[in-house]
Design a protein around this ligand. Sequence first.
Ligand code: WT7
Length: 678
Amino acid sequence: MAANSEADISEAQIAVHWKEEPLIDPPASFIAQANMKDKQIWDRFAEKNFPECYKEYADMLSWDQPWKTTLDTSKPPFWKWFVGGKINASYNCVDRHLAKYKNKAALIWVPEPEDEAIQTITYQELYKRVNEFALLLKEFAGLSKGDRITFHLPMIPELPISMLACARLGIIHNQVFGGFSAKACAERMEDSKSHVLVTVDGYYRNGQLIDKKKEADITVEEAKKLGIDVKKVLVWRRHPGKYVSQSPMVEGRDFFVDEVVKPFRGKTVAPVSMDSEDPLFLMYTSGSTGRPKGAQHRTGGYLAYVTGTSKYVQDIHPEDVYWCFADIGWITGHSYIVYGPLALAATSVMYEGVPLYPDAGRPWRIAERLGVNIFHTAPTTIRMLRKAGPDEPAKYNYHFKSMTTVGEPIEPETWRWYYNTVGKKDAAITDTWWQTENGGFLCSTLPALAPMKAGSAGPGVPGIYPIIYDENGVEVPAGQGKAGNICIRNPWPGIMQTIWGDPDRFVKVYYAKYNKNKDSKDWRDWPYFAGDGAVLALDGYFRILGRVDDVIKVAGHRLGTKELENAVLTTPQVAEAAAIAMLDELRGHVPVVYVALKPGIAPSKELEETIKANVVTALGPIARPKSVYIVPDLPKTRSGKIMRRVLASISDRKDYGDVTTLANPDIVETIRKQVQTG
Ligand code: WT7
C-alpha cells in the first residue's frame, strides 16, 4: 500500500517557520541585585559534576538527617534522590522561618470582591493554622503518613494551609483543579484511594458566588459508583461562621472545619521526619489515554528542586513580594506559589478571582497596592489583559523587577507587550518551560546571566541537559531550523517518582521511546521524553512548539483528546468522536469536537448543546468545546486512524494537505464546506 503521506509525518516535524528574534539584555538594576549572577554556576552544574551539583539546592533546606547518596540509579528509570536523608516540607516552609520572620507576611490573599479586606497571614499565623488543621486531620479525620486525601479547593488561603498541614504529617495531598468537575474529582479520588474530601462552601469567580459544596455532594455520589466510600467531607467556610451553600450538610459525613478545629486551637503537632523519597503529593494530569495519570512527587528532591529554581530563576529573596497569578490546582501553584517561595521565606500573593474582574486594571491595582515586584503568569492571561486593557498597566504605579511566563508557547507579539507595557521595559522576563511531571523548570534563562529572546524558553536551567531527537533517536543539531522531540538526557531531583499505581505506564510514556538498553543502570541510557516538539537555535535557546501527542493545551490547561472524546461518547446518540485543538486568539487553543451519529439519528442544534453539556459534566467547564460539528463521517486512514490533524486544519482554515490516500477522502471536502461556510 502506498505510504500515507499525512499520517506518516511525525507531529514534531511539522515545524513552523519564524524569524529569529533579537536578544534583549535584562535591566542592569535587576542584575545588580540578582541571587544568581555568577557565571561559574554553569561549571558547577556541568555534566562532569552531575549529580553532586544538586547538593547546592538541597543545602538550601533544613534536613533532619543528611542524605547518604545523592542519586541512586539502581532501578532505572525510578531514580531516587538524596537517599537516606530525612526532612519535612512543612517545617521547611513554615517552622524554620519563625526565628527570623515570624512577623513577616507569608501569604497575602486578595479576595475577588474589591471591597472585601485583603488578608495577610504571617509566618506565625501560618504556623498556627497549619498545626491546627494538621491536628484535625490526625485526630478528627484519623489520617496518618502515607494516606491520601483529596482537595477540591479554589484559590483561598485554606488551600496552602491544607497542603502544608498534610506535609507536616506525611499525608499525601491530591488537589484537584477547581475547573474540573465533581465527576473528574471522584475519578481522582478513586484512583488515589482517598476517603476524605476537603472543600469549601463557596467562593467568588467573575463576580458570582459559586456554590462549591454542591459539587462535593456529586463527588461523593460519583465516588460511590466507583467503589469509594467518602467517609468525611471537611468544609471550610469562605466566611467562617456563615454558610453560603444551598447544599445541606450531611450528618456524620460533612463537617465545618471552623467548628471541628476548635479542640485543636493553639495546639501544635511535631512535623514527621519523612524519608527523602516519601511521596509529598499527587497531581493528576492528562495524557494520551482517557485515564488521567497521578504524577507522584517525592519530598526531598522535589522540595530541593523548587527551592533552588525559585531562588535562581525566579530570583526570589525573602524581602520580595512575589505574585504568581496561577491556580494552585496546577503544578505551577504547588511549586511556585506554595513550596518554592515559602521555603525561601518569601511573601507569596494569592488572588481568588479572574484577571478581568471587575476590569482589566485589576491585576495592576493589586500589584500597586501590595508592592508586588515579581510577577508570574501564563500567556493566556497576558493575552486577555492585553486585549481588554492594552493601556491599563501604565495607569498604575508598580514596579516589577522580574516576570515569568509559563504554560504554553508565548508569541513574540504578546511577549513584547508583556515586556514593554506590563514590565515597563524595566523587568527581566523568564519564559519557563516544564510540565506537571517535572516538579520545576526545565528550560529558562537565568535572568542575570543571559539575554532574553521573545518566544524562546532559553537553554536548560542548571543541571538540566536537554537534547532534540528525531523519530529514530538521532540528535537534531542546533541551528538547522529542524524540529524534533525535546528530551532531557539526565534525571533531576524534581522529576516525578512514578505514576501513582501504574509504574509500567511511567516507563512506557516517558522513557521507552528513547531508551537504548532496558537493563542499563546508567542514567545516560534513559533520556526523558517530554512529548513536546522543539527547535534549537545556534545560541542554545530552545523554542517550544507544543505537544506532539494527543494532549491539548486550552488556556494553558492540559486536556487529553481521548478524555474529551470519552466525555462526548457519554452522549448515547454519538457513534464516533474526534476532539481537536483549534487556534484561538486569547486562549492559545480551544477544544472543538467532530462527531458522527449512530444510524437513524438526525443532527440538531439541541444535540450539539447536549454534547457540550455532557463534556462539562464529565470533565468540567475548562473542557467545554467551542463548537461541536455533527458530520456524516470522520476522515480516516485505511488502517482506521481518525485524522485529527486534517480536522484541525479545517477548523483553523488552513490547507489540509494531501488526503488522497485516506479511506474516505471525499468526506474531507464535505466537512470543510460544512465548517467553513456553515
Ligand atoms: C505542557 C505541560 C509546567 C507548568 C504548567 C504546565 C506546555 C509549558 C511552556 C512554555 C511553551 C510550554 C508544554 C508542556 N508548556 N510551559 N514556557 N513554553 N510551552 O504544565 O499542564 O503539565 O503542561 O505545557 O506543551 O508539555 P502542564
